[in-house]
Design a protein around this ligand. Structure first.
Ligand code: ADP
Ligand code: MG
Length: 615
């Protein structure tokens, strides 16, 4: 057995640092939180080179007493918590006493601090967590911490740093959230010598939002408010007309802490149910206040998630605040038509009518034709193939067997004459005939004794989606003569710049372009130039800052691209294109569209014969 040793302090600190200090933005977050906890009313953050060489945070908070400055850098040293009871009701942003130790372990630090009312301050410098110098110093009240050469002693971590631009954007997002969380604190962000933004600190959420997110965003906001005995909510939600293609403008704060919460997201979106088309999301800045004992903030390493004692109470708080805001808007709160056109994903106008079995004009009821034909009545003769049924049938390993009876709604009609069976792998699939295209949307084909309708957009989308998912996918790109400049939120810019490699693999070449835009130089060959921006927004919606995309997030991205690259319903297609698509569908390549809608359904000869009373 190898001997078990206790790790020395330095190694232990390096390990801990890995958890707390993942990247420059996490350093900034911890330092700004410390300033807020110190009661600062003015906080300035300055960085250079994406925060890798220099981060300075200055505040006018309470300062640190000379006798405490070195303790502050010890692990688990905190002034915010004295015993386990304190953990039950935490009123400060920090409480673990880890941040300063962790940051110090992987950088060179200079600290300058003077307690409120003290005659002089103290200056301390540390290198990789070891004290290099400590001396009295004249300085303003408050604290300044300078962090230089982040990760200088952990080359492996340094390698993971993204471009300066990507790190600066992530920092901007972090500061934006902190600044938004506290309208009573004036926050200023300076990057490479240039003032990026600053909030007035006048305690008004609206002026804080305005200074950070601009006039257009502010103009679309409605005041929102609700309260009961335990939870109160104030802030703003966007009007339905100002909805966006993703959630990056949904800001929630619980007792002043910026948090990410699916419960609150769901509450907000539920209030907007039926007011927004799918793929559009409300924005908000909502400030939730509840007793400290009602939330557990000690559930997430970066403290960005919390647990509520009662999810339902906060859900209701947010839901009713948002609903009240919408109701106050009156009938104007319903979707304005111009929204329909902008950025609605996947459902082009020709796409709408075939969810499940609800095909318009669906006919062929049992009760004889003449009168019921084309009444829209749900009969039994045919229906669209349910997704999972189709999937099993088209599982390329299994013998595909299509029994018409399976597709009749609930009636077991056995039809000996029309029992088509083939294996998609062996099939030559040349025994079909494209009859034509209906409504610029459906390919009508005759195949093995039945008439099949194929949704050309859904089929094409599926094929493209599967191609994207394959290992070694090689995108075909078009280089744009003039790069498309896409404006996005800071959060989205950060996401895009963090994921340029992944985007490259999908056929997008994207560069930074100022602070609120990116330049798109190449896009996949089959995507319209006009779609470049919406596709990028949608991709952002599927990602989250600071992590590699999960398989589900990747699928979300592929779906977006496949949908935009697929031939559109509502536009007539070349006959050859229709034939190629039909051949691929019948060979079992496309079972259902990536959104789970069917790609094809069948009307059997028997059904037709019955309709015409031939049988
Ligand atoms: P935590 O915030 O969890 O207490 P930190 O490692 O971030 O742990 O900070 C350790 C301690 O240093 C804090 O508890 C606080 O007393 C002190 N401190 C850190 N930053 C500041 C600041 N800007 N102003 C005043 N005190 C500070
Ligand atoms: Mg802290």
């Amino acid at each position: 057995m190898p001997k078990i040793l206790e790790l020395d302090q330095h190694v232990a600190d390096l390990i801990a640092a890995g958890e707390v200090v993942e990247r420059p933005a996490s350093v900034v977050k911890e330092l700004v939180e410390n300033s807020i906890d110190a009661g600062a009313k003015v906080i300035t953050v300055e960085i250079t080179a994406g925060g890798m060489t220099y981060i300075r945070v200055t505040d006018n908070g309470c300062g640190i007493a000379p006798e405490d400055v070195t303790t502050a850098f010890l692990r688990h040293a905190t002034s915010k918590l004295s015993g386990a009871e304190g953990l039950e009701a935490i009123g400060t942003l920090g409480f673990r006493g880890e941040a300063l130790a962790a940051i110090a372990a992987v950088s060179r630090i200079e600290l300058l601090t003077r307690e409120r009312g003290a005659r002089e301050g103290v200056s301390l410098s540390l290198v990789a967590g070891a004290i290099a110098d400590i001396s009295p110093a004249g300085c303003p009240e408050g604290t300044t911490i300078i962090v230089r050469d982040l990760f200088f002693n952990t080359p492996a971590r340094k390698k993971f740093a993204k471009s300066d631009r990507a790190e600066s954007s992530a920092i901007a997002v972090t500061i934006l959230r902190c600044a938004l969380s506290r309208p009573d604190v004036s926050v200023r962000y300076i990057r490479d010598g240039k003032a990026e933004f600053h909030t007035p600190g006048d305690s008004r959420a609206d002026s804080c939002i305005y200074s950070l997110l601009g006039r257009d965003f502010s103009a679309g906001l409605l005041p929102a408010e609700s309260s009961d005995e335990t939870v109160s909510v104030t802030g703003f939600v966007s009007s339905p007309a100002a909805a966006r293609g993703n959630r990056s403008f949904q800001f929630f704060f619980v007792n002043g802490r910026p948090i990410i919460s699916r419960t609150l997201q769901a509450a907000l979106e539920q209030a907007f149910a039926n007011k927004l088309p799918s793929g559009r999301f409300p924005s908000c800045a909502l400030y939730i206040t509840t007793g400290h004992g009602n939330v557990d903030v000690n559930v997430h390493p970066a403290k960005t998630e919390v647990k509520f004692i009662s999810d339902k109470q906060v859900f209701d708080g947010v839901y009713y605040a948002a609903l009240g805001a919408l109701n106050a808007l009156g009938s104007g709160a319903t979707l304005r038509t111009e929204d329909q056109g902008s950025g609605i994903r996947d459902q082009g106008s020709g796409d709408g009518g075939y969810e499940g079995t609800g095909v318009k004009g669906q006919v062929l009821g049992d009760g004889g034709y003449g009168s019921t034909a084309f009444s829209g009545k749900q009969g039994g003769g045919f229906k669209s193939m349910p997704a999972d049924e189709f999937r099993t049938k088209y599982d390329s390993n299994s013998q595909l067997s299509i029994h018409n009876s399976k597709f009749s709604s609930g009636r077991a009609v056995s039809e000996p004459g029309v029992n088509s069976q083939y294996s998609p792998l062996n099939s030559q699939v040349n025994d079909f005939r494209v009859i034509g295209e209906a409504l610029k949307t459906y390919i009508i084909t005759e195949y093995q004794g039945s008439v099949w309708f194929i949704d050309k957009h859904a089929a094409h989308e599926r094929l493209h989606f599967d191609a994207l998912r394959k290992n070694g996918y090689e995108p075909m790109s078009q280089t744009l003569i003039t790069p498309v400049i896409c404006r996005h939120s800071r959060e989205d810019i950060a996401l895009i710049l963090e994921n340029t490699d992944m985007l490259e693999g999908l056929g997008f070449t994207v560069d930074s372009f100022g602070d609120d835009a990116v330049a798109v130089r190449r896009i996949p060959a089959d995507i319209d130039i006009a779609d470049a921006e919406p596709v990028l927004s949608d991709i952002c919606a599927a990602l989250s800052i600071g992590g590699t995309p999960t398989p589900a997030q990747r699928d979300g991205i592929y779906k977006t691209i496949a949908c935009k690259a697929a031939i559109k319903a509502g536009k007539s297609s070349d006959f050859r294109e229709l034939e190629t698509l039909a051949a691929r569908v019948f060979s079992g390549e496309a079972a259902e569209c990536p959104h789970g809608r069917p790609v094809a359904f069948e009307i059997t000869k028997h059904t037709l014969d019955k309709g015409f009373k031939r049988v």
